[in-house]
Design a protein around this ligand. Structure first.
Ligand SMILES: *Cc1c(COP(=O)(O)O)cnc(C)c1O
Length: 407
């Protein structure tokens, strides 16, 4: 046969992947526990009794991590952004007025998605690497009757924390506004109480706080949002795959919508099960202690953190790269010499280190801090590396220290 397209020259994966896997300490994806990896290698029927039992447990565990009793917890085959789009596509109708609180790149993505479904997005820009203040949001909410607000709990792009999320959600609810929250990087790393804080949609991804794989995500709608916008809708949403009523067929009615990503759902099941066995209070304490210790170590060696303490996110840490030192060169050195991967940041001369899920383990902190300090020095930064390491050790062995830090 005379083929139109000839066989391409392909090297095996073994020749592409590094001999030693890099320690993934960036802004996601994060390392996955062995049980999650093992579950991810299994394919089962996407319908039937076995899958039904798995799905019931994923929903129950989802209700625990979201802290909701809602019957509308569901997964989506896709990245965190697909969960985001599913929330927005089902809750925002053409012409709806939506206040989008934007601290950075990801919160702005929600505003863009509002526009794509023909909602009218008003962007409330929060400059200066700060969290949104309650007063500012309240002033904006007084001006216009909005149908919904969108905001991020932790803005991964510039490591800003919206500390007042609970009070902002309450203000919005008092004005009969739906509250849509992106908790992709923060869920299970810090408190988020969907029902108590009266949030209408919480969005998460697999590969961040939950330490699962990328590509299968979880979200929850409140009963109120479901009744008001989904059950009573008069027009179909634009997206077939993201239609919450169709997804409900699979997640609540044991029937077919699209072929569910079974392996990824099994992986997510295991990741959630590990969260449940650790329990949320202990998991929050581990993340807080590890992140604060790492921050102390970074400052202890003479580096500066990007965001002031009051507005600083713990789930992802932004570090200012000293003048005349290249962030890209530092990251390249960390990867090639120390086998530790961290993130840059959309053009800013900073680097970002994640503290999500398995990243928040003592042994990973020591390796990462050492790799960061020595790679900074190799690229011309003047630092006191031993002082930073000592500070990390001191901080981790403080009164709250515990074996759980090692996993
Ligand atoms: C990573 C991230 C997203 C996007 O997740 P994808 O899986 O890349 O689509 C959205 N929001 C926040 C806060 C994130 O950290």
């Amino acid at each position: 046969m005379n083929e139109l397209v000839s066989v391409p020259h392909i090297v095996p994966l073994d020749d592409i992947l590094p001999d030693e896997p890099l320690l993934m300490m960036g802004a996601g994806p994060v390392p996955i526990p062995a049980r999650v990896a093992a579950a991810n290698s299994i394919v089962i029927n996407h319908l039937g009794d076995t899958m039904n039992r798995v799905i019931e447990q994923v929903k129950d565990m989802g209700r625990y991590v979201f802290q909701t009793t809602s019957s509308h917890v569901m997964g989506v085959g896709g990245p965190g952004s697909a969960a985001m789009e599913m929330a927005i596509a089902n809750l925002v109708r053409p012409g709806d007025k939506v206040l989008c609180i934007c601290n950075g790149y990801f919160s702005r993505r929600m505003a863009e998605m509002v526009g794509r479904v023909r909602g009218v997005a008003t962007i409330l820009d929060i400059p200066g690497n700060e969290g949104a203040s309650v007063e500012l949001v309240e002033r904006e909410l007084r001006k216009t009757q909005y149908d919904a607000i969108t905001l991020v709990q932790g803005e991964t792009s510039n490591t800003v924390f919206n500390r007042s999320l609970d009070r902002i959600a309450q203000l919005a609810r008092e004005r009969d506004c739906l509250v849509i929250v992106d908790a992709v990087c923060t869920l299970s790393t810090m408190p988020l109480e969907m029902d108590r804080w009266q949030i209408d949609a919480v969005i998460t991804g697999g590969q961040k706080g939950l330490s699962s794989i990328p590509g299968v995500s979880l979200l929850a709608f409140s009963e109120r949002a479901w009744a008001k916008k989904i059950a009573s809708r008069t027009e179909l949403p634009f997206h077939w795959c993201l239609d919450a009523q169709l997804a409900d067929k699979f997640w609540n009615q044991k029937s077919y919508h699209y072929t569910a990503p079974v392996s990824g759902i099994l992986a997510l099941h295991e990741a959630l099960r590990l969260v449940c066995s650790e329990t949320l209070p202990k998991r929050f304490a581990r993340h807080q202690q590890c992140s604060e210790a790492l921050q102390a170590g970074i400052e202890g060696m003479g580096l500066q953190l990007l965001v002031a303490k009051e507005h600083r996110l713990n789930s992802v840490i932004g570090i200012v790269t000293p003048d005349h030192v290249s962030s890209d060169a530092v990251r390249e050195h960390m990867s090639s010499v120390h086998k530790v991967e961290i993130s840059g940041a959309f053009g800013m001369n900073i680097v970002r280190i994640g503290q999500m899920g398995e990243q928040s383990r003592a042994h990973n902190l020591f390796r990462t801090l050492h790799a960061l300090g020595s790679s900074m020095q190799a690229n011309g930064a003047k630092l006191d590396l031993p002082a930073g390491m000592a500070e990390l050790e001191r901080s981790l062995s403080g009164p709250a220290a515990n074996r759980h830090l090692h996993g």
